[in-house]
Design a protein. Structure first.
Length: 126
């Protein structure tokens, strides 16, 4: 159970921080560059704000999640985001604390959370 709690806190914090700081508090130019590949420039600031709000909500859900689907959704979202960055801004993979190292780590935490949930359910049936 402590491992699941650590995973939930780390995942929730990551999504809340990534939604709040580079998207709402100080809109990062990197976010604008990435979105510029898929939406018109005039909507980018609004889209970034809404994405940030969505990430904060998802982070809050992860803080309390005891459902497998939330962690599977997290894995899918992170894999999709990694591919998106790889396609449109591959130079970012050369930067320190790049999307690959961050997202692989968060995917690993999701896998640990899934294993812990499975273990909990197995113990409940005994």
């Amino acid at each position: 159970m402590p491992a699941l709690l650590i995973c939930r806190i780390a995942l929730g914090f990551s999504w809340i921080y990534q939604g709040a700081v580079p998207k709402i508090v100080c809109q990062s130019s990197g976010e604008s560059e990435l979105l510029g590949h898929v939406i018109p420039l005039r909507w980018i600031c609004t889209a970034i704000t809404w994405m940030g709000a969505g990430e904060i909500v998802f982070g809050l859900i992860l803080l309390f999640a005891i459902w497998n689907w939330v962690y599977w959704l997290n894995i899918a979202a992170l894999a999709g985001l990694t591919l998106f960055v790889l396609l449109f801004e591959p130079y970012m993979f050369n930067l320190p604390f790049n999307p690959l190292t961050l997202n692989v780590s968060l995917i690993a935490l999701s896998i640990v959370a899934l294993l812990e949930l499975k273990k909990m359910k197995t113990e409940e049936t005994l």
